[in-house]
Design a protein around this ligand. Sequence first.
Ligand code: KIV
Ligand code: ZN
Length: 518
Amino acid sequence: MKKTADANRVYIFDTTMRDGEQSPGASMNLDEKLRIAAVLEEMGVDIIEAGFPIASQGDFDAVKAIAGKVKNSTVAGLARAGRKDIDRAWEALKGARRSRIHTFLSTSPLHMKYKLQMEPEAVHQAVIDSVGYARNLCDDVEWSPEDGSRTEHDFLCRCVESAIKAGARTINIPDTVGYAVPEEFAALIRMLFDRVPNIDKAIISVHCHNDLGLAVANSLAAIGAGARQVECTINGLGERAGNAALEEIVMALKTRHDRMPYSTGIKTEHIVKASHLVSTITGFPVQPNKAIVGANAFAHESGIHQDGMLKHAGTYEIMTPESVGLNRSTLVMGKHSGRHAFKAKLKELGFTLGDNALEDAFKRFKDLADKKKNVYDDDIMALVEDEVVRSHERIKFVALQVVCGSRGPQMADLELEIDGKLHNVQARGSGPVDATFNAIKKLVPHEGAVLQLYQVHAVTEGTDAQAMVTVRLAEEGKSVNGQGADADTLVASARAYIHALNKLLTKRAKTAPAALSA
Ligand code: KIV
Ligand code: ZN
């Protein structure tokens, strides 16, 4: 991370791939994490917390891969206070151009007594030991007192002072359970500035959870009190009710610069793309009325509002859609659009595809344009994401014919390519989706897996809209998300299921590769 002399610069620390991934069902694989990291880096995120390397081999591999790829952002990895954790984090991070070990230990009476079962003196010593140990490996060390907002002030000050003395350059105060309210949280930060003698040697950071819906308000209040790093996630993803939403903090600082004269390095035009990507990968939809990135955030339905907007956009818009990356596009796509226009559109939307993927995406765009009069940006984004996702899969969708309706029986006739060979099967089910999934199960048996989520969203408006389907499969306590987009909901469903299944098989193959088809 480049140091800046600007005292009002707020560093953005994104933890979508660490705290965000800790939300049940929000698992991401290595390839998906690399895609998210690339978007975060492009957006100007200062620090990307890529994972918790000791948590699993998958987390370790992802942190290592991101550390090897990202050039402009600092890459952070989380570690508990023990040497094994810290060594593992360093092992994953050491290849990064800029790396940070983020180590933490609970300091609240409740956590020390029940969770750690440690006396405060032992906790204090562990802070000194762990930060010192991490600092011998890595120049950039962040320390967090977990449950900081419910920690006794004297003890918090003592631990913070010792952590800085032991070498921590960033002190992050978490509101782990989302209990704080803004005035109180700002006062806590001010208290640290007043009472910790060496506080000027570290950057003060905050990490707020959203259990009371106050994560963003608490983060902004803390900035006002002197914090210069905020930890946040795209779409507010995170444990329980989530973390403070990156897009809300950044846009609040930008839009209300008159009241909060702080700046970030975020290129806000990348916000919508990042939101869309995280939502697609995790299968966590963005609520329509979500601030900044919800589908209705810039929609004006009522006559009075529309009239005002036509006269002056400022009547009902406090920021422009373009400022967050919502294009009022000039390039409208349809069935007469050629390869050149398609390529230009992809560029406008921020995608760069290799030649083969581009050709496949163009073919699917043409198929879609034959079915749909107007192909919107969201359609193209869904289609391209689908294409990127599909490129290395062992099981590929080829064709689907379905019999459905009230007379039954509902039947699916499915063709898949498995490891380069074509396979065909018919199956029945209670409904066309069930029949389609049964057909997949017949061709690729996977009894141990449970369907946890089947979700359908229309990508745009109208009955000819593409469907974006998410399927979550779980096996042995681990879940994977698959996505599929198509103008035909059943084809999108089959694609989503196959995507999830491919991921499940990749997970399994890491232990024992096996033949796939029955
Ligand atoms: O919420 C929390 O306390 C955390 C810490 C690990 C920073 O996520
Ligand atoms: Zn957290």
